[in-house]
Design a protein around this ligand. Structure first.
Ligand SMILES: NC(=O)c1ccc[n+]([C@@H]2O[C@H](COP(=O)([O-])OP(=O)(O)OC[C@H]3O[C@@H](n4cnc5c(N)ncnc54)[C@H](OP(=O)(O)O)[C@@H]3O)[C@@H](O)[C@H]2O)c1
Length: 164
């Protein structure tokens, strides 16, 4: 399973249930990685999407403890155990955990790859991704593309981490 996230210098990912930055090239990267695949997200992240609607051209799986929650176009799972059993039908390399903080934290060590867009800035934040530079069992690989990318005055990098 894969994780995909955009983080700032402190591994922050969000503020007031919104993303910290909207970088068109990062949005295209996210789409190209996840289209035709399975995305797993928390209920709050679903609500943060435009119109609170699932992502097109992807299987959307949402985690919520609410037994009555029904969302057109989404499969709702009520626990990690239920999610694991729902995911059995898909190849694990096609599953992308897309946030937010709660879901990343609960699932990081079930995953073996993380696609991290690292934004070279410090934002005010209230949600974070686990720091993979310091986390036991993870390492940055391939600085596949360690090239500096820019969007106006923002500098960012596409990084990949793998479980050792
Ligand atoms: N930078 C990025 O790449 C990125 C990506 C995604 C999200 N984000 C940001 O992350 C922030 C949201 O993160 P968050 O931690 O507040 O919310 P979240 O992880 O998106 O959703 C949390 C919700 O998921 C459900 N949940 C969590 N664990 C569960 C479990 N084991 N079983 C069943 N349901 C479970 C619960 O829903 P119920 O309350 O309904 O039970 C919980 O309230 C936002 O700021 C968002 O913009 C950033």
């Amino acid at each position: 399973m894969n994780l995909i996230a955009a983080v700032d210098k402190n591994w922050a990912i969000g503020f007031k249930n919104s993303l910290l930055a909207h970088i068109p090239e990062d949005q295209r990267f996210f789409r190209s990685m996840t289209e035709g695949k399975v995305v797993v997200m928390g209920r709050k992240t679903l609500e943060s999407l435009p119109g609170g609607k699932p992502l097109k051209n992807r299987v959307n799986i949402v985690l919520s403890k609410n037994p009555d929650l029904e969302i057109p176009g989404c499969t709702v799972c009520h626990s990690i155990e239920e999610l694991v059993s729902e995911l059995e039908q898909y190849p694990t390399q096609e599953v992308f955990v897309i946030g937010g903080e709660k879901i990343y934290t609960e699932m990081v060590d079930m995953c073996d790859r993380a696609y991290i867009t690292k934004i070279d800035r410090e934002y005010e934040a209230d949600a974070w991704f686990p720091n993979l530079d310091e986390r036991e069992g993870w390492e940055m690989v391939s600085p596949g593309d360690d090239e500096e990318h820019t969007y106006f005055d923002l500098i960012y990098y596409f990084r990949e981490y793998a479980r050792k």
